[in-house]
Unconditional design. Structure first.
Length: 192
């Protein structure tokens, strides 16, 4: 389809491919995933949806590698990410608190990987993460507070906060791939 029709015989002229195949293919793929994702989310959990979205993105990437021209990969994945992730961004963001409360790091990593593919993708999750860590820090300080309402021992206070920082730093490194923005959120947290 259009091979060798350009003025440079060693380059493919892909105009026919783009207009007659690629553009309609992208539109049909987007429509298919729009319907499938809405139906899937209506009957399944958000975590199951994230697993399905990851699988669909991988399938489309492999499909291009096996059957289509390489120039199709970027627009196809962008279109699929728009439908599978961006259209359901609020639902995905809404799942964050439950996942972090339950310390489901594998699912948090999955959520991070999906939302990091779109722009803006992680802003709300970063805010929720920072608020969660702040709340955890305050809770740890409340646990060590003396019953008489006095000031806790400085070493115990610092150790409690360091434990919270260590826990969530490990989460950032594992689930959020050491993302500098999440490290910054962690460093911004102050229980005072």
């Amino acid at each position: 389809m259009g091979q060798g029709e350009s003025s440079a015989p060693d380059k493919a002229n892909l105009e026919v491919y783009r207009t007659k195949f690629q553009d309609p293919f992208l539109a049909a793929t987007a429509q298919y995933y729009h319907t499938e994702s809405a139906n899937f989310l209506a009957t399944q959990s958000v975590v199951d949806y994230m697993i399905r979205a990851e699988a669909r993105l991988d399938e489309e990437s492999r499909r291009v590698d096996l059957f289509l021209h390489s120039s199709t990969k970027k627009p196809l994945l962008q279109r699929c990410e728009g439908v599978l992730i961006k259209e359901h961004k609020e639902v995905l963001e809404g799942e964050f608190q439950g996942l972090i409360d339950a310390d489901r790091q594998v699912d948090l990593k999955r959520l991070y990987n999906l939302l990091s593919k779109i722009t803006p993708g992680l802003d709300v999750v970063k805010q929720k993460f920072e608020a969660h860590v702040r709340k955890a820090g305050l809770a740890s300080v409340e646990k060590i507070a003396p019953a008489d309402g006095g000031v806790p021992d400085g070493k115990v206070y610092v150790d409690a906060l360091l434990d919270v920082h260590k826990t969530y730093h490990a989460l950032v490194m594992n689930a959020f791939r050491g993302d500098a923005e999440f490290v910054k959120c962690l460093d911004n947290v102050s229980p005072c």
